[in-house]
Design a protein around this ligand. Structure first.
Ligand SMILES: [Zn+2]
Length: 83
């Protein structure tokens, strides 16, 4: 129905300047041209705008960043596996 790509998360790559990271604003849509509500993305670096579909209601929050301890443990396992 609408031509928007799916929601790309908190760190999408800007199609204009390649920057990773964009603001998100909800937009009520344009009923006169049969476009429903959508998310307006706004590049944090160059200001490029683009539209994306609303995130599904059951979309999980992005996983928390691993702690330094978890990253060290993973690195250690990878090193072990390489021997
Ligand atoms: Zn940009």
């Amino acid at each position: 129905m609408d031509g928007f790509p799916p929601f790309s998360g908190d760190h999408p790559r800007c199609a204009s300047c390649g920057h990773k990271g964009a603001h998100t604003d909800w937009h009520p849509g344009w009923p006169t041209v049969n476009i429903g509500e959508y998310l307006q993305r706004h590049c944090a670096r160059c200001g490029f705008f683009w539209g994306e579909r609303l995130a599904p209601a059951d979309a999980p929050e992005p996983a928390a960043r691993p702690t330094l301890q978890q990253r060290l443990a993973r690195l250690f396992r990878a090193t072990e596996g390489a021997r």
